[in-house]
Ligand binder design. Structure first.
Ligand code: ATP
Ligand code: MG
Length: 364
C-alpha cells in the first residue's frame, strides 16, 4: 500500500516498443492507470492498440520497455511473466464462453478457492451482472448480451488487478450495447480494477473512459479526460477523430488571421504562416437571411458569413446542413439538434462559436 495521497499506479507502462518485420507498430508508449480508473486506448484501425494490450497481457513480447502491475515488474529488464502470472483479466470481442460448462462453471473457471468460497464469489458476480439464477444454464441458452455479462463475470472472478478489454462490445447490436457498457462500467468500478479498454469508437471512449489515450501510428498523441481530449485536441487529426470538422484556412499576420467570419486570434503563429481554424459542426450557428443581410457581429461569434444550402440530412438526434459559402464556394457543415431541413439553394448565414475553435498550423 502506498502512503501518498495520489492513487497508486496499478498499471505502469514505460517506453513500450514493438516492431513487426522492421515496421514499428508500438513506439515508445507509456501510460499509467490507477485502481478503479478506466483508460480508453482509442485510435484508428491498425494503429497498434491490440498489440499494446497483448504485450501488457503477456501474449506478445515487447522489443523494449517495461510493464509493472501493482509495482511488480512483469515485463522488461530481461524478465517476461506469462499471462497467468500477471493478475490480469482479459476480455476480447470474441470472448467465447466454454460451451459445455454451465454459467456458474464458466465464472468459476479461473478460481482456485475452496468450494464454498468459489460458490460465494460466483453468486456475488452473477448478482452483480444481473444474472442471478442463471448459474445452471448453458451459454447457448443465453442472449448475446447475457453471454457478454457472463464473460465479464468470468474475467473478474479471480479479482485481477488489471482488466484488459479489447473491443469487448463490438459484437453486440446497438440496442444492447449501451446498457451492457453501463453495467460493465458499474461492475468494474465496484471491483476497483484498473481497466485498459481498447476501442476505435470515439463514442465508446467518451462514454467509458475516465481518461482517453488517443493513439496514432503506434504512439499516444494525447492523453486526458474525455472532456479535455474532445475540447482541446492537440491537432486537426485529433479533433477530426471525434467528429466531422470544418476547416477554414488563412494566414496569420500580427497574431491575427482574417477570415470571412472576421479576424481570429492566432497567437504563436509566425507572420505569413498558413493556419487552419477547425470547428465542429455543432458549433456553427445558423441564422436567417433578411433580404441579403445577416445578423450583426457579436464579440463571441464574430461576423456572420452567407452561404447557400447544398443539402440537409436528418440523422435522428440532429440534422446536418451542408453549405457552399459565398466567399469562396468552400463547403461548411453545421449540425442542428432535432429537425432542420432547409431546401437546397436557401441562402442562410453562419456564425462561428469562437470559444469552440481550434487553431493549428496548416497541415499539408
Ligand atoms: N503478429 C503480427 N505480425 C505482423 N504484423 C502484425 C502482427 N500483429 C499486428 N501486426 C500489424 O501491426 C499493426 C497494428 O496491429 P494492431 O492489431 O495492434 O492494430 P489495432 O490498433 O488493434 O487495429 P484494429 O482497430 O483494427 O483492431 C497492423 O498493421 C498489423 O497488421
Ligand atoms: Mg485491434
Amino acid at each position: 500500500m502506498t502512503q501518498s495521497s495520489a492513487p497508486a499506479a496499478r498499471l505502469e507502462v514505460r517506453h513500450l516498443t514493438r516492431a513487426f518485420g522492421g515496421k514499428p507498430v508500438v513506439a515508445d508508449l507509456s501510460l499509467t492507470i490507477a485502481a478503479g480508473q478506466v483508460t480508453c486506448l482509442l485510435g484508428p484501425s491498425g494503429c497498434g492498440k491490440s498489440t499494446t494490450l497483448r504485450m501488457i497481457a503477456g501474449v506478445e513480447r515487447p522489443d523494449a520497455g517495461r510493464i509493472e502491475i501493482d509495482g511488480r515488474l512483469v515485463s522488461g529488464e530481461g524478465s517476461f511473466l506469462p499471462p497467468e502470472a500477471r493478475s490480469v483479466g482479459l476480455m476480447f470481442q470474441d470472448f467465447a464462453l466454454f460451451p459445455h460448462l454451465t454459467v456458474a462453471q464458466n465464472v468459476a473457471f479461473g478460481l482456485r478457492d475452496g468450494r464454498e468460497a468459489k460458490a460465494r464469489r460466483v453468486d456475488e458476480l452473477l448478482e452483480r451482472v444481473n444474472l442471478r439464477g442463471y448459474g445452471a444454464k448453458h451459454p447457448h441458452e443465453l442472449s448475446g448480451g447475457e453471454q457478454q455479462r457472463v464473460a465479464l463475470a468470468r474475467a473478474l472472478a479471480p479479482r485481477p488487478r488489471v482488466m484488459l478489454m479489447d473491443e469487448p462490445f463490438s459484437g453486440l447490436d446497438n440496442r444492447l450495447r449501451d446498457g451492457i457498457r453501463d453495467t460493465t462500467l458499474e461492475v468494474l468500478k465496484e471491483e476497483g480494477t484498473a481497466v485498459l479498454l481498447v476501442t476505435h469508437e470515439p463514442d465508446e471512449a467518451l462514454r467509458m473512459g475516465d481518461e482517453i489515450a488517443l493513439m496514432r501510428d503506434g504512439r499516444i498523441v494525447q492523453r486526458g479526460s474525455p472532456y479535455n481530449v474532445y475540447n482541446a485536441p492537440v491537432d486537426r487529426a485529433a479533433a477530426a477523430f471525434f467528429s466531422d470538422v470544418n476547416v477554414i484556412r488563412g494566414q496569420s499576420r500580427g497574431a491575427l488571421t482574417e477570415t470571412p467570419f472576421g479576424a481570429f486570434l492566432t497567437p504563436g503563429h509566425a507572420d505569413g504562416a498558413p493556419v487552419e481554424i477547425v470547428i465542429r459542426p455543432q458549433h456553427l450557428k445558423i441564422d436567417f437571411d433578411r433580404g441579403g443581410r445577416g445578423p450583426l457581429p457579436t464579440p463571441t461569434d464574430g461576423t456572420a458569413a452567407r452561404g447557400t444550402v447544398v443539402r440537409a440530412r436528418f440523422l435522428g438526434r440532429e440534422s446536418l446542413v451542408e453549405f457552399a459559402m459565398d466567399f469562396d464556394g468552400s463547403r461548411l457543415t453545421a449540425s442542428v439538434p432535432g429537425v432542420f431541413m432547409p431546401k437546397a439553394g436557401t441562402p442562410l448565414w453562419l456564425m462561428i462559436r469562437r470559444d469552440r475553435c481550434f487553431v493549428f498550423p496548416a497541415q499539408r
